[in-house]
Write a protein that binds this ligand. Structure first.
Ligand code: GUN
Length: 285
């Protein structure tokens, strides 16, 4: 068996085309969607992610700007910037790129964002809504994963889904989205014992570990499963995902590549969320 590749680049391009049409419609009625991002410090990976987010905004006709703060920025200074963006009527979406430097309290920073501008879907209000089964502003990576699976008609209802990650950015919200779609969800993480034995029962296996010493191998995968690779790590200077692509593609029915899988979907979903936020704020939703 050779797995069908879940082409995130293709599905993201389609989603972005829809966003662009929607943005044109909104602009014609006087709403100009706008995203503000915040980067603290000079982490090259974060800067590179942000660059692709801004490029995508530009292509979709969404206004955007980045606020680049020095690594020594204090909690107070960062929160002051959030307050300014919260009350700026031009700004519909606020995204603080994570991770923040260690001296800053991420949770508090996220709580300072007004929930209706929280295009990352990380504010406890948005996370709580999702946990209650209400899908408003949902974190971009999980939203993109579900969109990609749905595009390829990978069934979720009644299926066993296993997520190797329990972060607020990926694992937890994805578990809620899967549950909302009637999957049977198992969460695994760094303390899970005998991972291959557990993961081999999964019809859908999502791995978001991102460590160079971890790999999803054929022995982790149930024959015919859908495998979604969210990991990114650097090995010998080269970026790679969590999954041993060559081996797993012989066992799985569906597989996402790295790059060109989940990454482009995340960016496309950020555009969707920015449009949704602008719509909420214009009262035209
Ligand atoms: N760092 C890695 N992924 C993300 C994301 O989706 N949002 C933010 N804010 N930071 C990230």
């Amino acid at each position: 068996m050779t797995a069908t590749i879940l082409d995130g680049k293709l599905v993201a391009a389609e989603a972005k085309k829809h966003v662009k049409v929607e943005v044109e419609r909104m602009k014609a009625s006087g709403t100009n969607p706008h995203l503000s991002t915040v980067l603290v410090g000079d982490e090259p990976a974060s800067a590179s992610y942000l660059k692709s987010k801004h490029k995508a905004c530009q292509e979709a006709g969404i206004g955007s700007e980045n606020h680049h703060l020095p690594v020594e920025t204090t909690q107070k200074e960062l929160e002051n910037l959030i307050f300014k963006l919260n009350v700026d009527p031009k700004v519909n979406g606020i995204l603080v790129q994570l991770p923040l430097p260690g001296h800053l309290d991420e949770n508090t920073v996220i709580e300072r964002i007004v929930p209706y501008k929280d295009v990352d879907g990380l504010h406890p209000m948005n996370a709580g809504k999702l946990a209650s089964g209400i899908e408003g502003l949902v974190p971009c990576t999980p939203k993109g994963i579900v969109k990609l699976l749905e595009h390829y008609k990978v069934p979720l209802r009644g299926q066993r889904a296993m997520i190797v990650n329990r972060s607020t950015l990926v694992g937890r919200p994805l578990a809620m989205l899967f549950l909302n779609r009637d999957a049977t969800v198992t969460m695994a993480h760094s303390k899970t014992l005998n991972l291959p034995e557990v993961s081999r029962s999964a019809d859908i296996l999502v791995s978001a570990v991102g460590r160079s010493n971890f790999q999803v191998e054929a022995k982790h995968v149930k024959p015919g499963a859908a495998v979604v690779d969210v990991g990114l790590s650097r090995v010998d200077g080269k970026l790679r995902g969590d999954v041993d692509f060559g081996e797993v593609s012989k066992v799985a029915k569906y597989l996402t590549p790295v790059p060109g899988g989940v990454g482009p979907m995340t960016v496309a979903m950020l555009l969707e969320n920015t449009v949704m936020a602008a719509m909420i704020q214009s009262g035209k939703n």
